[in-house]
Design a protein around this ligand. Structure first.
Ligand code: SF4
Ligand code: MSK
Length: 654
């Protein structure tokens, strides 16, 4: 019990860890204890880019070295600790950007297939967003059908991946000053694939050996993710499946049901999950489930796929990244259906101890020991039915040792940029004006984006929740995506009642507008929504003329994925101060770390920081927000926030 309690703050997780221990089932929590991180690799000081190495250029014990010692702390080829740390960091960005962007490419392919009527079962759900996108891209609307327009939109955006010159189209969405800065610094991305390939080339043995130059290409590549691949994914998903609007949902392992076929969809791309949401409610499939002794079919989500289907269909979330194996440990999961990213190979091992089927569905992501059932966008209904049927057929195979924890929490999800615009400004004057006004008058101190994964190197969910509570206590409105959003939702922070944890100013705004102090904005690719929201704040006026002027900050306190590094880098290069926890992958080089943590601010207006303690990290963010408030000349307003009845009436009428 004590061991499990030390690993998570989430009761459902603790209960399943205890069950796993009793049943001698080993999960990521156990493996993280057995496998200690390599101290050289952890700080970015190991290079294995050629077979003269691998070369480990770690600092001597104590971290200090003489210039003489430093001369010998180099690889066989002469690569310095700086070059090695920067190369490793750049490759993390390349992998993260590639993952997000390949997601965007698959969505664009599905989008084009729907537009050309080749993918039965899908349809364009958000006509208004399609037309806005078409206008933005200079596409003729006239009397043309939505499908004709969508073909043009899909083809133009698909070309962004293979574009060789010029600039990505969505860069124009950024504040003008930011666009000019990117051009001046030479980091405006040309094409999405091109930037990733160029990092792989530059980091090949004997190519780019200047750490600043390597990081510069890292910025260019990360920007091609945030303002390219991820943004394309988000926009096309919205047009195809609907732009999220607030929806009440439930989260945690308690959403699994003892008397129904439980099916979890896990991964990132929403095409499969969308179709499973439809097919699992098909009366024919429900009848089939009943014929096997179940009362129905219970679809739930995990990781970012969960965010996608919750926002658009209200499908409950079973848990975040570190709960994936624990869902199997309940003994009540018939199938975990996965697509791409953040899927632990350990699922297949854990599933061996229970009846759960692990079903891979994407040709790019197979797992030894899992069942592979190709999901085909062009034959989506039939392939989704076959997957659901496989889960139903597995229901009679359940063992006796079933325990579904009772814990589950309510949350409100679906705060897209469009929704925030509407909620704050109303249907006819949709804008960010009330948000900006409340920042200027000090009721809201600033805005923080807290995102990212879980990592068993730290106590599960603890760092997210502690950081977010500290931020809202100090009147910082928090917006969230990914597994971080799920951690805070489980802790009850995504319902309006959570205003009780907020400072007086933030609480009063939340109560007036009817929003929680912590807003769920979607999945990992939806961090692009945060870029758009930040740009909207700049454009609404009163808070400077660039993202770097805003009193905002970002964090990924339990990060583990290379995608998180790409996200962090595009936020920093867009002008946002960003703090990461757990560990920092360039600590092996003081120069590279100082470059990212200090020099970057001068060039980009944003910079990185590393602080594993959530309270200290929250205060770094608050300090940054206060620094920006001071520069904007709105720091005095904060000191005057004392609420009498008149002020409350004025706020209610705002
Ligand atoms: Fe060692 Fe240089 Fe080869 Fe890296 S590229 S493994 S530092 S010799
Ligand atoms: S799923 S990238 S563990 S947030 Fe997007 Fe969660 Fe991190 Fe994967």
């Amino acid at each position: 019990m004590a061991k499990a309690k030390g690993r998570s703050i989430d009761i459902a997780t603790i209960k399943m860890l205890e069950k796993a221990e009793k049943e001698k089932v080993y999960t990521a929590f156990d493996r993280a204890e057995v496998i200690q991180p390599c101290p050289v690799g952890m700080v970015g000081s190991c290079c294995k880019h050629c077979s003269m190495g691998p070369c480990r250029v770690s600092l001597p014990a104590g971290g200090m070295e003489t210039p003489e010692e430093r001369r010998f702390r180099i690889g066989v080829c002469g690569a310095t600790a700086e070059t090695i740390a920067a190369r490793n960091f750049a490759r993390m960005i390349a992998a993260g950007a590639a993952a997000h962007s390949d997601h965007g490419r698959r969505v664009a392919e599905a989008f084009l297939a729907v537009a050309k009527s080749e993918a039965a079962g899908y349809e364009i759900k958000d006509e208004q967003k399609l037309l806005q996108l078409a206008l933005e891209l200079g596409i003729d609307i006239g009397e043309r059908t939505n499908q004709e327009i969508a073909v043009d939109v899909g083809e133009i955006l698909m070309k962004e991946f293979g574009r060789q010159e010029g600039e990505l189209l969505f860069l124009k969405r950024a504040p003008l000053k930011r666009q000019e800065l990117w051009r001046k610094l030479g980091v405006a991305p040309r094409g999405i694939d091109r930037e990733v390939v160029e990092i792989m080339h530059r980091t090949h043995m004997g190519t780019d050996q200047d750490y600043q130059d390597l990081i510069k290409q890292g910025s260019r590549t990360a920007l091609s993710d945030g303002w390219g691949g991820s943004m394309i994914a988000t926009d096309l998903q919205d047009v195809l499946f609907g732009t999220p609007a607030p929806v009440l949902g439930q989260i945690n392992l308690g959403v699994l049901k003892e008397d129904e076929v439980n099916l979890i969809v896990h991964g990132h791309e929403p095409q499969l999950a969308e179709m499973l949401a439809v097919v699992s409610q098909d009366p024919e499939m429900i009848e089939y489930a009943k014929s096997k002794g179940a009362k129905g079919i219970n679809l739930a989500g995990m990781c970012c796929t969960a965010n996608e289907v919750l926002m658009r269909h209200g499908v409950p979330i079973a848990g975040n990244f570190l709960q994936q194996e624990l869902a199997i440990v309940t003994g009540a999961l018939e199938a975990i259906v996965v697509d791409v990213q953040c899927i632990m190979q350990g699922l297949a091992d854990v599933a061996q101890c229970y009846h759960t089927k692990v079903i891979t569905t994407d040709p790019r992501a197979k797992i030894e020991g899992a069942t592979h059932m190709d999901f085909d966008d062009l034959n989506a209904v039939e392939t989704a039915k076959a997957i659901v049927k496989a889960a139903i057929d597995n229901f009679p195979n359940r063992g006796k040792n079933i325990h579904i924890p009772t814990e589950k929490a309510d949350l409100i999800a679906g705060f897209s940029h469009e929704t925030i615009n509407y909620l704050l400004g109303g249907l006819y004057r949709a804008s960010y004006r009330p948000l900006n006004d409340n920042i200027i008058n000090g009721r809201i101190r600033g805005v923080a984006g807290v995102v990212g994964c879980n990592n068993p190197r730290v106590k599960h969910d603890d760092v997210h929740v502690a950081m977010v509570k500290e931020l809202i206590k100090h009147d910082v409105l928090v917006i969230q995506t990914g597994c971080s959003a799920m951690a805070c939702a489980k802790a009850g922070l995504m319902v309006p009642e959570a205003a009780q944890y907020a400072g007086e100013g933030l609480a009063s705004v939340c109560e007036t507008v009817g929003i929680p102090p912590v807003l769920h904005m979607g999945a990992c690719v939806d961090n692009s929504r945060i870029l758009i929201a930040a740009t909207a704040m700049v454009k609404d006026g009163g808070l400077g003329d660039d993202i770097s002027d805003l009193p905002v900050a970002g964090a990924a306190p339990e990060w583990m994925s290379e995608k998180a590094i790409s996200i962090g880098q595009y936020f920093v290069a867009s002008g946002v101060f960003t703090v990461f926890g757990v560990n920092w992958p360039t600590l092996g080089s003081k120069e590279v770390t100082d470059f990212l943590f200090k020099d970057f601010e001068e060039a980009y207006g944003g910079k990185w920081a590393f602080e594993p303690d959530p309270i200290r990290a929250a205060h770094l963010m608050i300090e940054h927000i206060d620094k920006k408030r001071k520069a904007l000349g709105i720091d005095k307003a904060r000191e005057r926030v004392l609420y009498d009845m008149e002020m409350r009436r004025e706020l209610a009428g705002a």
